[in-house]
Ligand binder design. Sequence first.
Ligand SMILES: NC(=O)c1ccc[n+]([C@@H]2O[C@H](COP(=O)([O-])OP(=O)(O)OC[C@H]3O[C@@H](n4cnc5c(N)ncnc54)[C@H](OP(=O)(O)O)[C@@H]3O)[C@@H](O)[C@H]2O)c1
Length: 318
Amino acid sequence: MDELPLGTTGETVSPLCLGAMYFGSRTDPETSRAILDRYYEAGGRFLDTANIYATWVDGHDEPASEPFLGEWMADRGNRDEMFLATKVGFDYGDVPQSLDPDLIEREVEKSLDRLGTDYVDLLYAHVDDRETPLAETMAAFDRLVESGTVRHIGASNYHGWRLARANTLAEERGLTEFSCVQPRFSYLVPHRNADFAPQRPATDELVTYCDDHDLTMLPYSPLLQGCYGRDDRRIPEGYVTTENRLKMEAVQDIAERKDASGNQVALAWMTQRDPPTIPVVGYSSVEQLEENIAALDLELSDAEMERLNGIETLGGLQ
Ligand SMILES: NC(=O)c1ccc[n+]([C@@H]2O[C@H](COP(=O)([O-])OP(=O)(O)OC[C@H]3O[C@@H](n4cnc5c(N)ncnc54)[C@H](OP(=O)(O)O)[C@@H]3O)[C@@H](O)[C@H]2O)c1
């Protein structure tokens, strides 16, 4: 896998980030390990988890993903090779939803303990906190970076204007800025009134801010649960629009012509965007992973990219 620059970090990372949300809970340990091993073997080095994963799954009140990754890295002796991202901010168990400085510090300590490491490469604010003063939150993240506990910070589920305000404030005070973002983002665009709260889809405003400031977007739910290539997955609620039906037709048509799957076309569209995004994809089988790794080699022509992008502007003035 050829690596891509990650935002303003000055580092490069795998072009496909492995979403480990259900490892050790919904995805059984054997399958989770097999997916991790295959990803590593294919050259993948970028893991995505969070302190809360996946405490909403029946029978898993305690976080399972972080300890699972910790065990796998210890077993394979590869912690220093991996680019490890985790998150803080959402509620679980008796932990409230907050980016209060003390809470951030406590939760990061717990994450390190579960992951069996003394640093994380990337820490996301998992969700914005409008109660805690932004300056206090950014100062808390900065202290973690200064101490070497966290190497870089990112923002997930932020409004564009809040992200801009956070980074402007950090810049003015000489604090660490968010260097990348993780929004809900896919080829299909949700309709205006769709509500995924507390998840926040990328808006045009967020995308242009990121593009202008060299912040990489790392879309989560990039395949909308695989709906681009599965008969058992329809266009999800919140995405049922005429435009998206046309988009689906274009994806299916291009997939057929290229002997690829619709999910591969959707992934190729994301990785070939200008600037490219780094999709954070989840899996429940090694076969899904194989298919998505192969999508990195699926080249969409300029005409195909134009066709896919053109649907957005149908009916607009050209
Ligand atoms: N920051 C946030 O707020 C946030 C929120 C959600 C997720 N995330 C991160 O993003 C990651 C991915 O999220 P997600 O699970 O919602 O994303 P997704 O990529 O939209 O969905 C993953 C699911 O799609 C299906 N799939 C994947 N590849 C496929 C293929 N080639 N063919 C057919 N089906 C395929 C599988 O479904 P089945 O398992 O049903 O077969 C897989 O579990 C998570 O692991 C997590 O790390 C972050």
